[in-house]
Design a protein around this ligand. Structure first.
Ligand code: NAD
Length: 494
């Protein structure tokens, strides 16, 4: 049985713990490895190693730091097939989707390789006579990242490359449900030249997360995961004086106007609602059909029925959910939808996939006539379940969306520039797609979920991550060019 290792001070080491968590293949329930609940002592060792490494890493030339990420991006490309295979085995998503998971992280690594152009401060000459002020963006120290199960490649890569490139050292805590592809990416980072102690990995669940939040030598915590845990992390980390950012749960609505390009819209909707079995924080889990678009119900259903559910390695359309518990929760929520009076027009419960009878499969599921007081609307289902709602006008749709607390993503489908512009201006959601269902920005921007989907001001990659992982220092300097004394001045200068 493979035991997942920790990375402490440049060494991949076994844990001394007596507590091990099973990693299972979600298509078969086969236990494929075990991951440790890292001990307190091991967490302290990792932080101490990171603290020590920071003393030299922060003074390492920025160009040296950048070049590591040039090598790293090449290594990730070279290992793309292997990474996708590991990811699919432990997470369940299709191979093509797993490659996408790795690729979207790779883009952040490429961005980190340009750090010398990103971590540039400001300079103003002659703020007073003969006086200049400049700002420098210095690393914070030891930073930490806590990641969810649903993007085990992309989300760790949102975090440690930017943190390390800006001169910090890092403690990563991957999801205990699928840490193996994350560990392979970490091995490649070490191979690319990340020095000992600069990147460390500890494992486990709540105990490790709480220890990270409390540790006095950790200066910042980046978290991605569910809303309840994110709130807990934000409060606990902030209370111990840390900078914190938490990207959390969502309920993303697609708004379809009757003038939308029908075939394109239906295809995009089906992909975004059911892809990755709905386990994406940017999944479109609610669709609001405006006016005559309400007649597209049968077409939406037909698209969903055409999707094939199978083990991820067969690369069909949808894989299994991450765990039996996740499957039970999704099926329970579908049950509440029926009880609360929504019309279940496609039921994905109880499907069997030949050869994978024990897999955590739920097929595409669609509810019509959903209202905002129902559990299936109020909760993030995180499964392949689409809720359909109606609105008489764009204004009514905007009002509905803005009344929902979440602000991760949304999309409008229309041929009208004026309608799209109104939507973009009035909608209170941080990431908007126009005829595009999952508008996650590339790293030249930053992930910009908002309202209940986020705590903290700054996003996890891109320009905002450079700010998150640095402290601005300003220097105001005067260099005397003559000996003339101006005498003692006891007033504030004007
Ligand atoms: P999760 O909150 O259960 O786990 C996230 C991390 O927190 C894991 O590392 C886990 O070990 C740890 N954790 C779990 N329970 C904890 C507890 N009680 N106390 C402290 N730490 C705990 O999330 P998940 O199920 O792995 O991921 C799915 C969730 O993540 C969804 O809600 C999804 O919307 C969200 N997500 C959000 C974004 C975003 O950018 N907004 C991106 C991806 C996923």
């Amino acid at each position: 049985m493979h035991h997942v290792k920790q990375l402490i001070n440049g060494q991949f080491v076994d844990s001394n713990t007596s507590e091990w968590i099973d990693i299972t293949d979600p298509a078969t329930q086969e236990v494929i490895a075990k991951v440790p609940q890292t001990t307190d002592d091991e967490i302290n060792q990792a932080v101490a190693a990171a603290q020590k490494a920071f003393q030299t890493w922060r003074k390492t030339p920025i160009t040296t730091r950048a070049r590591i990420f040039l090598r790293y991006q090449a290594l990730i490309r070279d290992h793309m097939d292997e990474l996708a295979e590991i990811l699919t085995a432990e997470q369940g998503k299709t191979i093509a989707d797993a490659r996408g998971d790795v690729f979207r992280g790779l883009e952040v690594v490429e961005h980190a390789a340009g750090i010398a152009n990103l971590q540039i401060g400001d300079f103003v000459e002659n703020v007073a006579s003969g006086v200049d002020t400049y700002s420098i963006w210095q690393p914070l120290g030891v930073c930490a990242g806590i990641t969810p199960f649903n993007f085990p490649a992309m989300i760790p890569l949102w975090m440690f490359p930017m943190a390390i490139a800006t001169g910090n050292t890092f403690i990563l805590k991957p999801s205990e449900q699928d840490p193996m592809v994350t560990m392979r990416l970490v091995e490649l980072a070490v191979e690319a030249g990340v020095p000992e102690g600069v990147l460390n990995v500890v494992h486990g669940g709540k105990a490790t997360v709480d220890a990270i939040c409390d540790h006095p030598d950790i200066k910042a915590v980046s978290f991605v995961g569910s809303t309840n845990v994110g709130k807990h992390v934000y409060e606990r980390a902030s209370q111990s004086g840390k900078r914190a950012q938490c990207m959390m749960g969502a309920k993303n609505h697609g708004v379809i106007l009757p003038d939308a390009n029908k075939e394109q819209t239906l295809n995009q909707l089906a992909g975004a609602a059911f892809g990755a079995a709905g386990q994406r924080c940017m999944a479109l889990s609610v669709v609001v059909l405006v006016g005559a678009a309400g007649e597209w119900i049968d077409d939406i259903k037909a698209k969903a029925e055409g999707l094939i559910v199978s083990a991820g390695k067969h690369d069909k359309d949808l894989g299994p959910l991450i765990s039996p518990a996740a499957k039970a929760r999704v099926e329970h929520l579908i049950g509440t939808g029926v009880e609360e009076g929504a019309s279940l027009i496609l039921d994905g419960r109880g499907i069997t996939v030949e050869g994978y009878e024990k897999g955590n499969f739920v097929g595409p599921t669609i509810f019509d006539n959903v209202t905002s007081d129902m559990q299936i609307y109020q909760q993030e289902i995180f499964g392949p379940v689409l809720c359909i709602m109606r609105a008489n006008s764009l204004d009514e749709a905007i009002e509905l969306l803005n009344a929902n607390p979440h602000g991760n993503g949304t999309a409008i489908f229309t041929q009208s520039g004026a309608a799209a512009h109104k939507f973009q201006q009035d909608i209170q959601v941080g990431q908007i797609g126009i005829n595009l269902p999952i508008p996650v920005p590339l790293p030249m921007f930053s992930f910009s979920g908002s309202r209940a989907s986020k705590l903290g001001d700054l996003g996890p990659y891109g320009k905002q991550a450079v700010q998150f992982y640095t402290q601005t220092k300003t220097v105001t300097a005067r260099w005397f060019d003559d000996e003339a004394s101006r005498g003692v001045n006891t007033t504030i200068s004007i």
